[in-house]
Design a protein around this ligand. Sequence first.
Ligand SMILES: Nc1ncnc2c1ncn2[C@@H]1O[C@H](COP(=O)(O)OP(=O)(O)O)[C@@H](O)[C@H]1O
Ligand SMILES: [Mg+2]
Length: 222
Amino acid sequence: MNVDPKLVTQSESSTAWSEAYRSLRTNIEYIQVLHNLRTILVTSAVPEAGKSLTAANLGVVMAQAGIRTVIVDADLRRPAQHKLFGLTNTKGFTTTLAKDLAPDVCTQASPVVHLDVLTSGPLPPNPADLLSSNACVHLLAHLKAQYDMVLIDAPPVLGLSDAPILGRSVDGVLYVIKSRFNSRRADQKALQQLKQTGSQIIGAVLNQIQDFDERLYYYASN
Ligand SMILES: Nc1ncnc2c1ncn2[C@@H]1O[C@H](COP(=O)(O)OP(=O)(O)O)[C@@H](O)[C@H]1O
Ligand SMILES: [Mg+2]
């Protein structure tokens, strides 16, 4: 299995990059205590914000903390998790939904202990219909019962109904902001859309900060 080197949490242990993901996990753990969060949707206003990479790295650090985690690739337009974890994608989320298979049949173990991945599976012509089906609601409930944490990698909000549809069936939405993209209006619009459709926004990740200086964030004794 060839894991993408951008899964920094998997390849390195003490860089500022992986530390940033670990503090994200800690912040989520705090909210979790209050709200019993077990299913989290990761989305953004626009493509290329870093949703998939955030979901993948967050999944790794959660699993490293002993939290039994599954990442579900629900971006049925531009799936990425199979590539990040070096997995096959002949079956996955869509096969489970379309053929009414048990999710356990399609879930794959990742190279990280306690972390499984349900890759997208073959892409359907009608992602929004599939995501709004009862089968999808049942699948998420099933995974929630099997794992401590279900992280869902979603498509962007603007122009598509997929993420707001999924947002209704999860406990919380983690919103990724692409910092190099001047996106305040797009973010406002996307967040408004998510809230209007009943999503609970649990927090935001400011991603792709320019000139990220590791030394500024270095705080370790070794
Ligand atoms: N924090 C980051 N540092 C470096 N590259 C990043 C970061 N976040 C995302 N990228 C890169 O930006 C591109 C888009 O990221 P991706 O996670 O696929 O975005 P999305 O899922 O929102 O479309 C990918 O090539 C990814 O590797
Ligand atoms: Mg993606």
